[in-house]
Design a protein around this ligand. Structure first.
Ligand SMILES: NC(=O)c1ccc[n+]([C@@H]2O[C@H](COP(=O)([O-])OP(=O)(O)OC[C@H]3O[C@@H](n4cnc5c(N)ncnc54)[C@H](O)[C@@H]3O)[C@@H](O)[C@H]2O)c1
Ligand SMILES: O=C(O)[C@H](O)CO
Length: 386
């Protein structure tokens, strides 16, 4: 990073030094840190993705904690640097933390935070938006209209798919996958087939209750099925949305062979992580199957797209904006700041990282705890309900 580094400083005389590698939305996160004796330094460099060297320069000689971004490579080098500077805490401003080497963090005794829950509905809504946009060919139709090509209503113009009564498939029915499934089942009366390593009992109960309601109203009840294999989902579903974590087991989960198992007119949505799909294989599949459509929020090598993808009419692409609602992004900033603050202050870790609402209430002081530390067990950190 070119020196001098561009930094915005809050509360210069604060006892603890915390660095945020990016400006983040809202002011609550800043106020909470400042009120707790933190000198906060926010990197305001224009460069979008900071390198490891950039972040080493930001950490400097004394740093108690860092709030970082999913675009950064948090591994051995950064955790050893942070530890040497006296740092004990790092938080990603994201729920996914595949950019973080948690084993390296454990080695240096650094707590790693993430921001679950606050982005569940916002991310599921973007997946639902992409599903609808792909099913009804909204982007193509918008381009057609702006190009001045519309010269009157026609029976065949931009005919798409009706969702009602079709089957939605979810791979990874955790927080976001389940929220998306509920939206598609309740909103559009789709049937669900899902695959996850664990049973999603709450989701199943919700759909069963909704089916009972529909039946009692004289409507066709919706159905659900937990698939024994992922291939079952690929073969049966009309729309498939990917919501697993990215790890070794989910890298290229959707590859050439699996794409071939999907229906020719299926829709594939990815709001998880780019490498869950073999993107080069996807481009080939889209070329060979013009009725197959995708909605992508994430890419294998962000910020780039694989050659050919941008030219394909049957692909909708948006720049990793699934969690981009004001409330969610401000909440993510708050959770990330409180993860770092909690560790610096020696607070325990919150008892249930899925229930972070108490930290998000603007009108109340947050609990004296770190909302979500992923390596709490490995570091032997105390947990408390408070
Ligand atoms: N595009 C975005 O902006 C955006 C926003 C939020 C989250 N995400 C991504 O979404 C992911 C999921 O977030 P979440 O809050 O729902 O997490 P979660 O932990 O609640 O859900 C992940 C689910 O994936 C399942 N899973 C893990 N390995 C699997 C496998 N091999 N096959 C099938 N399922 C598997 C888990 O059992 C779990 O139920 C995050 O890790 C992140 O990478 C992306
Ligand atoms: O993992 C996450 O949280 C997203 O990718 C950004 O919101």
């Amino acid at each position: 990073m070119a020196k001098p580094v561009s930094i915005e400083v809050w509360n210069p005389s604060g006892k603890y030094r915390v660095v945020s590698t990016k400006p983040m939305p809202g002011t609550r996160w800043i106020n909470l840190l400042v009120q707790n004796d933190v000198r906060l330094e926010i990197c305001t460099e224009k460069k979008t993705i900071l390198s490891v060297e950039d972040i080493i320069a930001l950490i400097g000689d004394k740093c108690d904690g860092v709030i970082g971004q999913l675009t950064e490579d948090w591994g051995e080098q950064l955790f050893s640097t942070l530890s040497k500077a006296g740092g004990k805490a790092f938080s990603n401003m994201a729920v996914g933390y595949n950019n973080v080497d948690v084993d390296a963090a454990n080695k240096y005794g650094v707590a790693v935070g993430n921001t679950p829950g606050v982005l569940t509905e916002t991310t599921a809504e973007l997946a639902a938006s992409l599903s609808l946009a792909a099913a009804r060919r909204i982007v193509e139709a918008d381009e057609f209209m702006r190009a001045g090509l519309y010269d009157g209503w026609l029976p065949h113009l931009f005919v798409g798919n009706l969702l009602k009564g079709q089957t939605v498939g979810v791979i990874g029915a955790g927080r976001i996958g389940s929220a998306y499934a509920r939206m598609m089942v309740e909103g559009f009366k789709m049937n669900l087939i899902y695959y996850d390593l664990y049973q999603s009992t709450r989701l199943e109960k919700f759909i069963t209750a909704y089916a009972t309601f529909l039946k009692a109203s004289g409507e066709t009840p919706v159905t659900w099925k937990r698939a024994a294999t992922m291939d079952e989902v690929l073969q049966e579903a009309d729309i498939i949305s990917l919501h697993p974590v990215l790890d070794k087991t989910t890298y290229h989960l959707v590859n050439k062979e699996r794409l071939a198992k999907m229906k020719k007119e299926a829709i594939l949505i990815n709001c998880s992580r780019g490498p869950v799909i073999d993107e080069a294989a996807l481009v080939e599949h889209l070329k060979q199957n013009p009725m197959f459509r995708v909605g992508l929020d994430v890419f294998e090598e962000e910020p780039y797209m694989k050659p050919g993808l941008a030219e394909l009419k049957n692909a909708i692409v948006v720049p990793h904006i699934a969690s981009a609602s004001k409330w969610t992004r401000e909440g993510m900033a708050t959770l990330a700041a409180l993860n770092v603050l909690g560790k610096i202050k020696g607070y325990p870790v919150w008892f249930d990282a899925n229930r972070v609402e108490p930290f998000l209430n603007e009108n109340a002081q947050p609990p004296a705890a770190s909302p979500s530390i992923v390596n709490a067990k490995a570091l032997g950190l105390p947990t408390s309900k408070l």
